[in-house]
Design a binder for this molecule. Structure first.
Ligand code: PRP
Ligand code: URA
Length: 211
């Protein structure tokens, strides 16, 4: 699929297998979400532009590289996206963080936005939306719509998730083909309640122990 990167590194596949297990405790679930997000974030930042910089090592002067270009904003979709923030910040410590609060109505599966707070210069930043689950794609689409309404160019938005399904990827790319999606796994399908199969269950509940 265009603009979809599934990070199939053996360590990611191994950790995803542990994460999916229904008997995994909250503490271990959180730790694994952090660990897997490091790999996802590593891939999602692969195309950050570099510039030459002159430095002096203890031995000689030398030309080296440093990251340049747009500054980053990490944007978790609450609640579950919060579980991915610490790892993303450890990769890009200077990033600013915006929050989008959203939950899916249990019957209609339509997302309902209840909070939106961005850095004031969000339109000038490379935005990384983080949310563990890309299911119907409704939440991701509404989040992207909200950012685009605030003048963020969709080509400056990346969506980083642990598990995606083709329906969700299609929903984003039908409207925003330029949004790059990074996923730790591309699962098979959704069940009749909009849950990903095989999936990992309700990511927010598992992260916060609200099952
Ligand atoms: C989950 C998940 C996504 C959304 C994905 O959140 O974290 O935000 O569902 O589903 P979609 O692609 O069909 O929109 P949920 O609504 O359960 O809220 P929570 O994070 O507060 O638990
Ligand atoms: N949200 C979740 O937390 N899990 C799913 O499988 C689908 C949406």
């Amino acid at each position: 699929m265009k603009n979809l990167t599934v990070i199939d590194h053996p360590l990611v596949q191994h950790k995803m297998t542990i994460l999916r297990d229904k008997d995994l405790g909250t503490k271990e679930f959180r730790e694994l979400v952090n660990e897997i997000t490091l790999f996802l974030g590593y891939e999602a930042t692969r195309d950050l532009p570099l510039e030459d910089v002159e430095i002096e090592t203890p031995l000689i002067k030398s030309t080296q590289k440093r990251i340049t270009g747009k500054k980053l904003a990490i944007v978790p979709i609450l609640r579950a996206g919060l579980g991915m923030v610490d790892s993303m910040v450890s990769l890009v410590p200077a990033a600013k963080i915006g929050h989008i609060g959203m939950y899916r109505d249990h019957d209609s599966l339509e997302p309902i936005e209840y909070f939106f707070k961005m850095p004031s210069d969000i339109q000038d930043r490379q935005v990384m939306i983080v949310d563990p689950m890309l299911a119907t794609g409704g939440s991701a689409l509404m989040a992207i719509d909200s950012l685009v309404e605030r003048d963020v160019d969709p080509s400056h938005i990346k969506f980083v998730c642990l598990v995606a399904v083709p329906e969700g990827v299609k929903a984003i790319h039908d409207k925003y083909p330029e949004v790059d999606i990074y996923a730790g796994a591309l699962d098979e399908k959704l069940n009749e309640n909009g849950y990903i199969l095989p999936g990992l269950g309700d990511a927010g509940d598992r992260l916060f122990g609200t099952l």
